[in-house]
Design a protein around this ligand. Structure first.
Ligand code: ASP
Length: 412
């Protein structure tokens, strides 16, 4: 049985087992079951996390250092950046439009959320200007500290520097380049081993999600959740495939077939970073993206390109404004879009990261940061779908970039 089939079966069984657990709350069966799936999911996630930093580092170094002569480096950069900004902007527009269309949050009694609001602890204030300062302070740091702290963005920046230096040094750095290639190959071999555990990890993660989510709390926010989920799925199955078809000349069905295991892992882990090793493998092995393109675009995209997160943050800001009875002006909505784009860039690819950077979006138009408490009960649920689209966007961009850098005559 192929790994893809095993993952699919495990996902279905995980959901069923999660529901089974909810039928026996406060029983030994529930406790033992939850403990078991807790261990299994931590094992899988732990292994993925363990490999993440060395993998990101080597894949970016290898990716950038492979982009030799012919201005290919700048071409790849430009196309990647253009794709990221375009897809994120479309996601933002879609998020705001659908939130307007369905009038999310209008007519809901805010009093019913007062409990949640009272319990919420406001994190440190995050304004756009302090966001930039923090961004610089946290990324341009001692690389050894970044490695030790697992500061992915700082590792990405340092790896980019080394990659560019290897390109600039040309043949004189041949040995280091070869070493990085070999180190990267070792990482890929280890990912292959870890992936053998994916069906167990995904079974456990989905069962845990179903068994621990509070259904009665979720129902209060059902309308907003449905709109955001529907819009995110629309972005994932209509907008992105259309762009892929037009600019990447790839049949969307081929894409979905080849990326299934990465998409399901994204759904189950709610983490683009944890999924990155699998996205990389899918892009290279199933979509035919050259290793130098995949090794450059996917780790960067994992950090910086988050369509699902941007869409969610824009729609959520409008939802909160509607709950408070505020009408955002067009100018304020543009500020929401710009801030949501920066917030999605700054959100690391871990579960609920978008919830933290969401504060910045709310504050940009004077909405209280405390209002995120309203969204907390449904965040884990929405995170699953937005992470899938985040991951999908990265793999899709890698296909488009690969095509346009492989054939220099194709106009961009
Ligand atoms: N969980 C998302 C991801 O890893 C980030 C977010 O919270 O929006 O892509």
């Amino acid at each position: 049985m192929s790994l893809n089939t095993q993952i699919l079966i495990a996902a279905v069984l995980g959901v069923l087992f999660g529901f089974l657990l909810t039928l026996f709350p406060q029983s030994t069966f529930f406790d033992v079951g939850l403990y078991g799936i807790g261990i299994a999911s931590s094992l899988f996630i732990g292994l993925l996390k363990m490999i993440l930093i060395p993998l990101i580092f080597t894949s970016i170094v290898v990716g950038v250092s492979n982009l030799q002569a012919g201005g290919q480096l700048s071409r790849t950069w430009k196309i990647t950046l253009l794709c990221c900004v375009t897809t994120t902007s479309l996601a933002l527009i879609l998020g705001l439009t659908c939130a307007h269309l369905f009038n999310v949050g209008r007519g809901v009694d805010v009093v019913m959320f007062q409990d949640a609001m009272a319990q919420h602890q406001t994190p440190d204030t995050l304004t756009p200007s302090s966001f930039f300062t923090n961004f610089i302070q946290n990324t341009l740091i001692n690389p050894f500290k970044a490695f030790a702290d697992g500061n992915v963005l700082a590792v990405v920046i340092f790896a980019l520097f080394i990659g560019v230096a290897l390109v600039a040094g040309g043949d004189s750095f041949r040995t280091v380049r070869k070493l990085s290639h070999q180190f990267f190959d070792i990482m890929m071999l280890m990912i292959g081993w870890i992936m053998k555990l994916a069906p167990i990890g995904i079974f456990a993660l989905l069962a845990k999600l179903i068994a621990t989510e509070d259904i009665s709390v979720l129902s209060r926010l059902a309308e907003f959740a449905a709109v955001v989920t529907g819009t995110t799925i629309f972005h994932g199955i209509v907008v992105l495939p259309l762009l892929l078809w037009i600019f990447g000349k790839m049949n969307p069905l081929t894409f979905f077939k080849g990326t299934r295991s990465a998409l399901i892992t994204a759904f189950a882990t709610s983490s683009s970073s944890a999924t990155m090793p699998i996205s990389l493998k899918c892009a290279q092995e199933n979509l035919g993206v050259r290793p130098q393109t995949a090794g450059f675009v996917i780790p960067l995209g994992t950090q910086l390109n988050m369509d699902g997160t941007a869409l969610y943050e824009a729609a959520a800001a409008l939802f909160i404004a509607n709950l408070m009875g505020l009408d955002l002006t067009l100018g304020q909505q543009l500020v929401v879009c710009a801030t949501a784009m920066i917030a999605s860039l700054g959100a690391p690819g871990i579960p609920s990261a978008g919830m933290v950077t969401m504060i910045m979006v709310l504050q940009s138009v004077g909405l209280p940061a405390e209002a995120i408490a309203i969204l907390l009960p449904i965040d884990r649920l929405l995170d699953t779908v937005r992470t899938v689209v985040n991951v999908q966007g990265d793999m899709m961009i890698s296909v488009v970039v690969d095509r346009h850098t492989r054939e220099p005559e194709v106009p961009v």
